[in-house]
Design a protein around this ligand. Structure first.
Ligand code: ATP
Length: 239
């Protein structure tokens, strides 16, 4: 049969007190693929990412490249090759673009020199090169998202998880961010892309899951989801 997936989560459940925000979610990310998780506000998308990263405790199983991650702390998951870019992007506002990138290599791999290099990131994100001395806090929303991606890549993750990278961005900038995410996939980084913007995400994803009330209610190849009446009605609207 097929090779086992890079990441496999099975029956993940996350509760805040008595309320289950993620309920029995199973998903897979194959190496080199771009998988999207769609859902409305409060569907449980951020909670799911936090559970995969080890930021929140979860019940269920998480395997990454054959290893059982479920009991490992965040740092060990980072070491294993996972990286999460949170919705808030969490840059160091009063530091320059370049220094944010340097810290990415430091912070994500314990400063052992295994990180990506600046030249590589500036080739991938020419805008950041132009603005290398600018303070991160003065960047536009799209530039901030690009910097967050570049900083994560400095840690050379094998799986990059993005929480709503389109949030707060104008449509043209969303398209630019999505093109960049697709380019990363094409370079071999596996991607788990959480989005409310189903249209933009399905355009670049290979496969998608739809979360509702913390559970997966629908999954399939992007093309199938794009033409699924329920997805069109609920998440894509009338063209
Ligand atoms: P959004 O798109 O708005 O970010 P989401 O799909 O990421 O939404 P989550 O943030 O994962 O959804 O939230 C899922 C559910 O869990 C929501 O009902 C939310 O109110 C609840 N929730 C999230 N964080 C907490 C918390 N710290 N304590 C209690 N409930 C929480």
């Amino acid at each position: 049969g097929a090779a086992p997936p890079m990441l496999e989560a099975e029956a993940l459940t996350v509760a805040y007190g008595k309320v289950e925000a993620v309920r029995g979610v199973s998903l897979r990310v194959e190496a080199g693929r771009l998988i999207t998780v769609l859902g409305a506000n409060g569907a449980g998308k951020t909670t799911l990412l936090n559970a995969l990263m080890g930021i929140l405790p979860a019940r269920g199983r998480i395997r990454f490249e054959g290893r059982d991650l479920a009991r490992l702390p965040v740092e060990a998951r980072v070491e294993a090759g996972l990286s999460l870019i949170p919705e808030r992007r969490e840059l160091f506002s009063s530091m320059s673009v370049e220094d944010n990138l340097r810290l990415g290599a430091f912070r994500f791999r314990g400063g052992r020199g295994a990180g990506g290099d600046l030249a590589e990131m500036f080739a991938l994100f020419p805008r950041l090169k132009e603005r290398r001395r600018q303070l991160a806090g003065t960047l536009s929303g799209g530039e901030r998202q690009m910097l967050a991606m570049a900083r994560a890549l400095m840690g050379r993750p094998r799986l990059l998880m993005l929480d709503e990278p389109s949030l707060g961005l104008a449509p043209l900038i969303v398209a630019e961010v999505m093109r960049t995410v697709a380019a990363l996939r094409d370079q071999g980084v596996a991607i788990l892309l959480v989005e409310q913007n189903a249209r933009a995400a399905l355009r670049i994803a290979d496969y998608g899951y739809v979360l509702d009330g913390g559970a997966v209610v629908l999954e399939g190849p992007s093309a199938a989801l794009q033409s699924d009446a329920r997805v069109v009605e609920t998440y894509l609207g009338v063209l």
